[in-house]
Design a protein around this ligand. Structure first.
Ligand code: PA5
Length: 446
């Protein structure tokens, strides 16, 4: 199998009957999702995306990636939230860890730099310094086309491109991924004649990694986007049955819900590979924005092991017992190191000749058992290879699971009303026209 889901270590926390008890609720959640009768149904087109996507646009994405590869040493990807986390996770997952720091001559693809995901002038200056005098292109990604963080960054890089290449060539180096019809970015892109890609109406930001939002940066970084889609399509087929005995993505959703009701309110997505750290960031948005609302929801966190075992590992082992973990691991590493022989005694003799992946495996197995013994339920999601096909498959596993999970918990998993609150206050404090009353009220409070 492409992905295995191991829940055997839940046995001391959840009885088999509890899964059977929740099956009727899963049936309802499945119907809400598949028959589009649930809240937010207008944003569920991602369910069929792996098989029903715009093939013409897909080909244009591949050509654009090729063009960027040929004329740029750097691709600046501007976007925030759902408009960058998936691409970033995939780019890290599919490449060598320090790939972005390599010399250009050692990289077949442009260096990918993500910007517009914070409001730091220091960060932007560092990006400008990193680009230096190298050729670059820009992919501005914003579904609404009005988000402040990417809009500010885009102004800066648009100006830089125009200064460096002139207005006309700059246009050839800007790729805009946005709504098909609405928003300031759409208007600007039409007006300037940038090549455009679409974020489909029925796909929310956090579910958009398999649209142009993720696909263009991933392809520009050398990722095999056909395999990515093929993996997701296989998962779409495999995770279509409402029967919990036949659907492990639904099982994952059901167990999470059972655990949540028992007071396990924080879930840590655990990895043992630095190339999976950003996958955890993508997952946190997917879970947190889908489920954290109406005063409910599992808090999504992540653990980068074994690094974090030497920091908050203590808390996991012995702190407040409201945690559970989902370990994501890859069976076969993309490369390995054999622990060398050494004459001097450093106490590691018993490990020489063994691979680091073996040691890593024992660390993850040992930790899992220790945490279970410490009262932390653990589940394991394991894929065989660290490649585009398996990534596509795993992305779909978590996406379909969160759809079911949200409905099981009685929320609309496809809206994000809470994301607006900080924006309103920020606009008020910045004195954006139309926010005058709020401006006065907030300044008073500060
Ligand atoms: O999932 C979401 O809705 C958010 O994280 C958005 O993706 C994020 O705010 C960026 O929005 P936009 O793509 O409209 O710029």
């Amino acid at each position: 199998t492409t992905l295995s889901f191991d829940k055997s270590k839940l046995s001391t926390f959840v009885d088999e009957e509890e899964l059977a008890m929740i099956q009727p609720m899963v049936n309802v959640a499945d119907e809400m999702l598949r028959q589009r009768t649930g809240a937010g149904a207008a944003y569920t087109d991602w369910i069929k995306l792996p098989t029903e996507y715009d093939k013409e646009e897909f080909a244009r994405i591949q050509s654009a990636a090729e063009k960027i590869k040929n004329n740029s040493k750097v691709l600046v990807v501007i976007g925030i939230g759902g408009s960058y986390l998936g691409a970033r996770a995939a780019v890290d997952f599919l490449n060598e860890y320090f790939n972005s720091s390599y010399d250009d001559s050692e990289r077949e693809f442009p260096q990918i730099i993500f910007t517009g995901n914070n409001i730091s002038g220091q960060y932007l200056n560092s990006v400008i310094k990193l680009i230096g005098d190298r050729d670059f292109s820009v992919n501005i990604i914003s579904k609404s086309g009005t988000t402040t963080e990417p809009a500010i960054a885009f102004r800066v890089f648009k100006q830089m491109l125009e200064d460096k290449y002139g207005v006309n060539e700059a246009k050839e180096r800007i790729f805009a991924t946005t709504d098909a019809k609405r928003g300031s970015l759409k208007t600007l892109a039409d007006d300037q004649g940038y090549e455009e890609f679409v974020v489909p109406d029925g796909v929310g930001g956090r579910f958009s990694v398999l649209t142009a939002v993720g696909l263009l940066p991933i392809a520009a970084a050398g990722g095999d986007i056909e395999q990515l889609m093929a993996g997701a399509a296989a998962a779409q087929k495999d995770y279509a049955d409402a029967d919990l005995q036949k659907n492990e993505a639904y099982q994952y959703a059901a167990y999470r819900n059972i655990l949540y009701r028992k007071g396990y309110t924080t879930e840590l997505l655990i990895n043992y590979e630095p190339t999976l750290v950003q996958f955890g960031e993508w997952w946190k948005q997917l879970q947190g924005e889908s489920e954290g609302k109406d005063g409910k929801g599992i808090f999504p966190a992540s653990g980068n092991f074994s690094t974090d075992l030497h920091s908050f590992g203590q808390y996991i082992q012995e702190g407040r017992r409201n945690l559970f973990e989902t370990l994501v691991r890859v069976t076969n590493p993309t490369s390995d190191v054999v622990i060398p022989e050494m004459e001097a005694d450093d106490g590691l003799e018993y490990l020489q000749g063994k691979t680091m992946s073996y040691v890593n495996r024992m660390a993850s197995d040992g930790t899992l058992l220790a945490h279970v013994d410490g009262g932390v339920p653990n589940m394991v999601v394991e894929i065989e290879q660290q490649d585009a096909y398996h990534l596509g498959y795993m992305i779909y596993f978590f996406e379909i699971a969160v759809g079911i999970s949200g409905y099981l918990n009685g929320v609309n998993p496809f809206n994000q009303p809470g994301v607006e609150a900080y924006k309103k206050n920020m606009f008020g404090l910045l004195g954006k026209p139309g926010y005058e009353e709020l401006t006065a009220a907030l300044r008073e409070r500060l």
